[in-house]
Design a protein around this ligand. Structure first.
Ligand code: SME
Length: 151
């Protein structure tokens, strides 16, 4: 994963919001090794609603008081759990998940959702990769400024 991958992601944004988000999740899932789930949750009415994703069937609606995605929303910060089995506050949608990286997505400086990336390996993500995923989540947030996913 490098600058070429970022360019490839950039080329996937178009006027179709759901299609663009789905393609970006698919590109990450298929081109980054050792991942078992990549997708989005978006906030509406104080819940997190499942968005486009690649991977196994996942929880459709999450509350904002439980789980790693909700914690990233509440803390407004990138949340990396190296070993999901070591914490209680993790919702196991896919039992294969061993580590999880959640990146908040913003519109008008408000968190409106998250990009959630799960891996079947403990401590899967390097600092370099986390920085690249931060770049990707910033690109998605910029896109979402003009393309709100839920109304
Ligand atoms: N593990 C997440 C739930 C979503 S699934 O990983 C797709 C959480 O604890 O919030």
């Amino acid at each position: 994963m490098n600058g070429t991958f970022l360019k490839e992601i950039e080329a996937l944004f178009d006027e179709n919001v759901i299609g663009s988000l789905a393609n970006i999740a698919s590109a990450i899932y298929h081109e980054v090794n050792d991942l078992n789930w990549v997708g989005y949750y978006f906030i509406k009415d104080r819940y997190l609603y499942l968005g486009p994703f690649s991977g196994k069937v996942a929880c459709s609606i999450l509350t904002l008081d439980k789980g790693v995605c909700a914690k990233a929303v509440r803390d407004r910060s990138v949340t990396y759990i190296k070993d999901v089995h070591a914490i209680e506050d993790h919702i196991a949608c896919d039992s294969a998940s061993a580590s999880e990286l959640v990146l908040p997505l913003y519109k008008d400086k408000k968190v409106i959702g998250v990009l959630d990336i799960d891996a079947p390996i403990t401590d899967r993500f390097t600092e370099f990769e986390i920085e690249l995923f931060k770049d990707i989540s910033s690109m998605i947030s910029t896109y979402l400024e003009a393309h709100p996913p839920l109304s």
